[in-house]
Structures are given as C-alpha cells and as structure tokens.
Design a protein around this ligand. Structure first.
Ligand code: NDP
Length: 336
C-alpha cells in the first residue's frame, strides 16, 4: 500500500482523537493542518507532530500532498472540498458532505470529472458488524426484510457541546450529526430511501443553542421486486445510559447488533430464527477509522472502493435533510 501524503483541513476533535492515528496506521503521512486561527494551527501541529501549519487553504493545497481530510464544521465542507478537488487532491470529507443535496451532487460530479477519489468519512458501514449484517441479509438468513430499528441515543460529551447545538453555525443539530450516520448504515442494507417522517425536539437543559438535540425518524425504503421496508431511528445527544443497537426483522428471523452505532469496533451480532438464538462470530480487531482509511487508500491506488463513496454520502445526506425538513414542517418528505 502506498504512502499517501495528507493535509488536514480543520483542527478538529475528530482529527485529533481518531483520524490522525488512523491515517498513520493505514500507512499515510500527515504533513500539516489548516485552521482558521494561527494559534490553533500551530498548537495542533505541535501536539500531533506535523511539519506545517497555516491559516491559508491555498497554501495547504500547494504543499506536496496527495489527499486532504476535511473535518471543519459542516458549513465549510462544500467550498473546501471543491477547492481541494480543483487543486487535484483526493478528498476524504467528514459527514455530512455538505448542507444541500445540490452541493453534495456538485462535489460528487466534480470528483468524477477530475478522476479523483471523494469519500465520506462514515465510519459505520465499514464496520465488520454491519458487513456481517449485510452478508446475513444477502444470504437470506432472515428471509425477506420487513423493518429495521436503530437506537443511536447517546450523551453528547461536554467538549463537543459547541457549534453542534447552536443555530449560528449552519448544519448543526442532532439530525445532520447522527441521523446521517444511521442512513449510511441503513441505505446499503435496505435499498432506496423514498420517504421520511421525523419529529425533533430540544430536551437538555445544557442545550441553550436552540437546535434539536433529540429526534425520531421513520424512513420508507423500496427495492425492485421486494415489499417496502420501514426503518425507525432514535437519535439523541441527551441519553446517558442506553446502549446503541440495530435490529433488522425479516420473515424468517431477526438480527440484533448490540453496540452497533459506536466509534469503536466491538459489538455483538445475534441471529434469532425458528431454531433459536445464535451468537454470530465477527472479527472486531480492526479500528473502524483505520478500516475507512485503508479503503480510501485502496481507492486512490485503484484497487478498491471507499467504505462510503461520495455518492453514498450524498444519499445519506438526502435522508438527513428530508428528516430535518419533515421535523420542521410536520409533513412526510419524499426523496427523488
Ligand atoms: P470540532 O468542534 O472539534 O472542530 C470543528 C472546527 O471547530 C474545527 O475545524 C476548528 O476550526 C473549530 N474549533 C475546534 N476547536 C476549537 C476551539 N477550541 N475554539 C474555536 N474553534 C475551534 O468538531 P468535531 O471534530 O466534533 O467535528 C468536525 C467534523 O467531523 C464535523 O463535520 C462532524 O460532523 C464530523 N465528525 C465525524 C465523526 C465520525 O465519526 N465520522 C465524529 C465526530 C465528528 P479551525 O479548523 O478553523 O481551527
């Protein structure tokens, strides 16, 4: 596997806590970072052992780098990704890819035209747990799929209770943050998302930003020759004591994944059929972000595809945007 040289766009928590290590573990080299603040850029570079720090994106794009990892706030992804692609860099962009489907579509088309890799850093679809669920479904282990349920209610860590909760940064709120991840798991499993109904509320007393911190969503999926499937998600920043979970129900059985929606690989896949409950063996030894970075590197080398392609990121975004619109209008929103 080749050594990709990376520039980081955004001095973010997720870069610091997960992705720098994952890039290095996948054989890549992180050259430097761009931040909106010179002080933050310098400190970030020093803490993480990076050669370069700048406040100028064009300067970063002029470095000898192959790829950029974008983990700025969601409102900046579109502009930064387009500039990086036009500068000839492959792009791994955090979710949500952009704030509108048109923007995300533009990013996808630009990457295609330029022959560059654009991927969304959805860490969950590459999880061995979810790969096993897709394999069981494809193999017919639960018969015809009827419905799915995602429990993704967590307590937002104190250090992240900034722009995610406020209305001053476009793209904040629990739906673009978490429902988007659920869609990245459900879409490859259930087919085409065609209609979304959601209710969102503000619950936490520490949430003074005005954005929704809890949402429940129902998504209708369709696939040629199969009955429609209903999926239900519960996404929250306010729940401290729940486990995350995915359930998939079919005519001949149910798959339950415990700890399905975390940043860590561990979890348990249980298959219930008429013969009883079986604990399905899954190798959870690889880090989810390393899996994503390896797949991205393989895509750049032309030997594989990203865990979530730009187009996968676009469809996940469409589901989240439909949920937002539904929560605001009180109506079911159809996705074309
Ligand atoms: P952070 O708040 O840590 O970083 C986002 C931006 O906020 C940074 O680019 C930085 O701007 C600015 N910032 C960071 N710290 C400070 C500070 N102390 N003072 C002022 N500004 C600051 O966000 P996250 O890491 O939580 O999220 C970044 C992106 O990653 C989002 O798009 C999010 O959706 C995504 N994400 C994805 C996850 C995944 O598992 N795939 C998990 C978590 C987040 P600057 O760069 O200008 O310094």
């Amino acid at each position: 596997m080749s050594t990709l040289k990376w520039g980081l766009i955004g001095a973010s928590d997720i870069a610091a806590t997960r992705v720098i290590d994952a890039i290095r573990s996948s054989g890549g080299h992180v050259e430097g970072v761009v931040s909106g603040s010179a002080g933050r850029a310098d400190e970030f570079a020093a803490v993480h052992g990076l050669h370069y720090a700048t406040t100028d994106l064009d300067e970063l794009l002029g470095w000898d780098i192959d790829a950029v990892y974008i983990s700025s706030t969601n409102d900046k992804h579109f502009d930064q990704a387009c500039r990086a692609l036009r500068a000839g860099k492959h792009v791994l962009c955090e979710k949500p890819l952009a704030l509108t489907a048109d923007e995300a579509e533009t990013m996808v088309k630009l990457a295609e035209e330029l022959g560059l890799v654009l991927a969304a850093n959805h860490h969950l679809p590459g999880s061995p747990l979810h790969a096993k669920v897709r394999e069981l479904v494809t193999d017919g282990a639960i018969g015809t799929v009827l419905s799915a349920k995602v429990a993704h209610a967590v307590l937002l860590p104190q250090r992240l209770r900034g722009w995610r909760l406020g209305q001053s940064t476009p793209g904040s709120g629990v739906i673009l943050d978490i429902t988007c991840h659920d869609a990245s798991v459900l879409n490859p499993l259930l087919g085409n998302p065609v209609a979304v109904t959601a209710v969102a509320v503000q619950q936490a007393e520490w949430n003074t930003g005005g954005q929704a911190d809890a949402a429940m969503t129902v998504i209708r999926y369709e696939q040629d020759g199969k009955p429609p499937v209903l999926a239900q998600t519960h996404d929250s920043f306010t729940v401290g004591y729940a486990e995350t979970c995915l359930e998939v129900h079919g005519t001949d059985g149910t798959i339950k994944v415990i700890d399905a929606m975390t940043q860590d690989t561990k979890g348990q896949v249980l298959l219930t059929t008429k013969t009883g409950i079986r604990d399905v063996e899954v190798d959870c030894s690889d880090d989810l972000y390393v899996i994503g970075l390896r797949a991205f590197t393989a895509a750049v080398e032309g030997t594989g595809t990203p865990t979530a392609t730009g187009r996968d990121g676009l469809v996940a975004l469409k589901v989240a945007l439909a949920a937002e619109e539904s929560a605001t209008t009180g109506r079911t929103v159809h996705i074309n």
